[in-house]
Design a protein around this ligand. Structure first.
Ligand code: ATP
Ligand code: MG
Length: 340
């Protein structure tokens, strides 16, 4: 590795944007100017709901799709000007399983190596090594059609690593897997942390996945990067605990009162859909959800509720929890990750 390369970020984008034209003359703004800067050796997760733009970003970074504007460098090479150089430096696994299931695991890995011009002895050695890593040695000579969902994903992971990439891209590596298989894939991904300097960019809409795997998370919503940081850091900024109140009444007045409370690190109001508000059956539907980050939920709850009485809020639901990436997402976007 030259000194020049060592100074490069693994992935760097500047105002990366993608607009898909539609046949009816309209357009989808899938990415609206994203700046990423990912260090070599980092595990970075792009976290966002369906349609956020994750796969679009992924496709541009892996040279499968041209950006509409902005630029991206991967392993030091511009994705538009030098796609072949980028491809030589990366491994990729896609959101959908794309294995040729009539082939055995070994054949799939071997063909991939051949495609990249790996000599046979090197392919054989690498296949053995990777089969161990993803625990597929025992089934390597069976057709992939007979693999479980988790085994197929592990095989894809191995294929992505076949050519010893500097950067591995994983688009939704555990989509469609049950929790047990998901945890298995996580274990394998975590093991890769040790592989010499490998940088890993994964996309996911599972908060727990980003939390469990990533050194840094970028939360992406509607084509924009909303916030990024280490999961622990993002959660810490929320406060030690999050008190969530649901109810109705003058929330802005309450939020003004909270500003004077020194133990409140942040307070955010999210309006809820109000279809049933004021209906005449006496069902009083929640108007908002308030997220209040505090130093200690146990100690502050009574005070928070007493304060809520001042502007006459009606609180119908109270919960206290440790902040999760779900709270971070909600605080920054006003929407629950699963709403969309
Ligand atoms: N080929 C295309 N033509 C038109 N619109 C597209 C195309 N591909 C994606 N889109 C739109 O661009 C937006 C971003 O899609 P993208 O697939 O990048 O999101 P995502 O974050 O990967 O979502 P998911 O979690 O469902 O995989 C969505 O509104 C999607 O409908
Ligand atoms: Mg996607």
């Amino acid at each position: 590795m030259t000194a020049e390369y060592a100074a490069e970020r693994a992935i760097e984008t500047s105002q990366l944007a993608k607009t898909y034209p539609l046949s009816n003359g309209e357009a989808v703004h899938a990415l609206r100017g994203i700046d990423l800067s990912i260090e070599q050796g980092e595990i970075y997760a792009l976290l966002g709901p369906n349609g956020a733009g994750k796969t679009t970003a992924f496709a541009i970074l892996t040279t499968l799709l041209a950006p509409t504007s902005g630029s991206a460098r991967v392993a030091g090479h511009d994705v538009v000007r030098h796609p072949a150089r980028v491809r030589r430096a990366i491994g990729v696994t896609f959101q959908e399983v794309i294995l040729d299931q009539e082939l055995t695991g070994r054949q799939i890995l071997d063909f991939h190596g051949q495609l990249y011009g790996q000599p046979r002895p090197e392919r054989n050695a690498r296949i053995g090594e990777l089969a161990e890593l993803v625990e597929l040695t025992a089934v390597l000579d069976r057709k992939a059609a007979g693999y479980s969902g988790g085994m197929k994903r592990r095989l894809e992971l191995a294929r992505g690593l076949m050519t010893r990439p500097q950067i591995l891209f994983l688009d939704e590596p555990t989509q469609g897997l049950d929790p047990q298989n998901r945890a298995g894939i996580w274990r394998h991904i975590q093991r890769l942390r040790g592989e010499t300097g490998l940088t890993l960019l994964l996309t996911t809409h599972y908060m727990e996945e980003a939390d469990a795997l990533a050194d840094r998370v970028g939360i992406i919503d509607r084509g924009q990067l909303i916030v990024e940081g280490a999961p622990a850091e993002l959660k810490r900024a929320m406060g030690a605990d999050v008190v969530t109140l649901c109810g109705y009444g003058d929330a802005p007045a309450y939020l003004r009162l909270l500003e004077a409370e020194p133990y409140v690190s942040q307070a955010v109001e999210h309006s809820l859909t109000q279809s049933a508000v004021g209906d005449n059956e006496g069902v009083e539907c929640d108007q908002w959800r308030l997220q209040i980050g505090v130093d200690s939920g146990d100690r502050r709850l009574a005070r928070l509720l007493a304060l809520a009485a001042e502007p006459g809020l009606h609180v119908s639901e109270v919960s206290v929890s440790r902040p999760s990436l779900a709270d971070v997402f909600l605080a920054h976007t006003g929407r629950a990750l699963r709403d969309s």
